[in-house]
Design a protein around this ligand. Structure first.
Ligand code: SF4
Ligand code: SF4
Length: 205
């Protein structure tokens, strides 16, 4: 798996959930399908008058979520910026060509007056496959995005009692000094953290 493949999978999903925060810090989420994909970038259309557009212009942070029929969760965390002014027309036309139904909402030239295209060129992608055993997760970046550490880690305080491994639902803790979590198969459930008698398991991030 890699970032490009994740973006392709999001394209096949089609309708994605886009989450932003409003001026009061409250979460706001909506479905978006007016999207054009490049190998490592995403362009999407919205109307300038929508709250969504105001939130993107004011803050820019966006989280995009897709779920495939194979139980794969793909989450893109990024900052969206208006595409370059000189390219707005091109991206609007591209998105409307790829998604003809949009002309029902914005026929003729109304799309150009109402619309704006945002670009996502940098970000972090989290891939989480619940359809395999053990589960599989991995993180990738596009552009200058960076990876945020999440989940749990076993520190040198580990005394090797093995209690965490017994309670791990994915059997993804390997014996050693210290014991070690196989991050690619970890659910982030926290069982190991809860049962460790010497608090050797720390939360990452
Ligand atoms: S429960 Fe704690 S001390 Fe025991 S093996 Fe796991 S991390 Fe180490
Ligand atoms: S967080 Fe859950 S799945 Fe991950 S290592 Fe700990 S017990 Fe296992």
């Amino acid at each position: 798996m890699d970032a490009k493949t994740c973006l392709q999978k999001l394209r096949y999903v089609g309708v994605l959930a886009f989450a932003t925060v409003d001026g009061q810090g409250a979460p706001q989420i909506r479905n978006i399908s007016a999207i054009h994909y490049e190998p490592e970038a995403m362009y999407f259309f919205t109307a300038k008058g929508k709250d969504f557009c105001r939130q993107l212009l004011a803050d820019g942070r966006v989280q995009i979520l897709g779920y495939t029929k194979y139980k794969e969760m793909i989450r893109l965390s990024a900052r969206a910026r208006p595409a370059w002014e000189g390219d707005q027309q091109k991206w609007i036309d591209t998105i409307f060509e790829e998604q003809p139904y949009l002309s029902n909402a914005y026929p003729g030239d109304t799309r150009r007056l109402a619309g704006i295209v945002f670009a996502i060129t940098d970000g972090e992608i989290e891939y989480f496959d619940l359809g395999v055993h053990p589960i599989f997760r991995e993180r990738y970046t596009i552009g200058s995005g960076s990876i945020t550490e999440k989940g749990y880690q076993i520190t040198d305080a580990c005394i090797g009692c093995g209690t965490c491994a017994v309670h791990c639902p994915q059997q993804c803790i390997e014996a050693g000094t210290p014991y070690q979590i196989q991050q690619a198969h970890c659910l982030h459930c926290g069982n190991c953290h809860a049962v460790c008698p010497v608090q050797a398991v720390r939360q990452r991030g």
